[in-house]
Design a protein around this ligand. Structure first.
Ligand code: ATP
Length: 243
């Protein structure tokens, strides 16, 4: 496992290219995530944010090459299911819950990679997301957008991931729900030390809870630095923070 001045590196992405047929979506991107960090990847529509997460977990929808090292092990050639077992949980855009299953069943499915008892974790996430507790027997497909996002997060956490990948968690949610959700992410990171990699267009909120950030433009990382530094960067302010 490598380390840096950011601490122990749990995810090291190096020289990743990605294409959908003839369309090249990523061009040699490199970035790192250290243990306990919240890392945000910012970028405009079509810059390659979703493709970055898909490439990290080697989803077959995209053909990607390069190196992705998790906790010292090269995972670029492993299949997605194995990567999940190794501790990477991915919440895709559009939530990734099972709509035809209840809230409770979704949480139980989320913990399927574990052999120990799930009850105490389910209890914990019901405390963190009381709206889910109130709706534990409701079908996931009938939850509101914000509730589905909460369920997707809780479901992913049930596998006790080493790294949680979140694809635009704010998408389609009302401002107050988004603030609430990001507050919960910050709390999870602080109290449980959950390492998160978030791709997001809402730079204000994401940089508000992030430790470190990277900016993607046309499939390339054009900037990276501590979130405080990015927040004060005039080019970031102009492009993403509405300054
Ligand atoms: P957004 O913020 O709009 O979700 P993004 O930064 O997540 O955008 P990607 O979805 O990664 O960007 O897309 C990067 C490039 O890859 C775009 O040019 C997009 O059109 C293309 N692309 C993404 N998914 C596919 C696909 N399934 N088939 C073909 N091209 C795709």
């Amino acid at each position: 496992m490598s380390s840096s001045d950011r601490g122990e590196i749990v995810l090291k992405v190096e020289g990743v290219d990605a294409r959908y047929g003839q369309i090249q979506a990523l061009r040699g991107i490199s970035f790192e995530v250290a243990a306990g960090e919240v890392v945000v990847i910012l970028g405009a529509n079509g810059s390659g944010k979703t493709t970055t997460l898909r490439s990290v977990c080697n989803m077959p929808i995209v053909h990607s090459t390069g190196s992705v090292i998790m906790n010292g092990t090269e995972i670029k050639k492993k299949d997605t299911a194995e990567i999940v077992h190794m501790g990477l949980a991915h919440i895709p855009q559009g939530r990734g819950t099972f709509p035809e299953l209840s809230v409770m069943d979704n949480l139980e499915v989320g913990g399927y990679v574990r052999k120990d008892s799930l009850a105490s974790d389910i209890e914990k996430y019901f405390e963190l997301f009381p709206r889910l507790a109130e709706r534990k027997d409701q079908l996931a497909g009938s939850l509101s957008g914000g509730e589905q996002q909460m369920l997707a997060v809780a479901r992913a956490l049930m596998s006790r991931p080493k790294v949680l990948l979140l694809d635009e968690p704010s998408l389609g949610l009302a401002p107050l729900i988004i603030e609430d959700l990001f507050r919960t992410f910050a709390e999870l990171n602080k109290t449980e030390g959950t390492t998160m990699l978030i791709v997001e267009q809402n730079a204000n909120l994401a940089l508000g809870i992030a430790t470190y950030g990277y900016v993607l433009e046309a499939g390339q990382v054009v900037l990276g630095g501590p979130s405080e530094q990015l927040k004060n960067d005039p080019s970031i302010q102009a492009a993403y923070l509405g300054a």
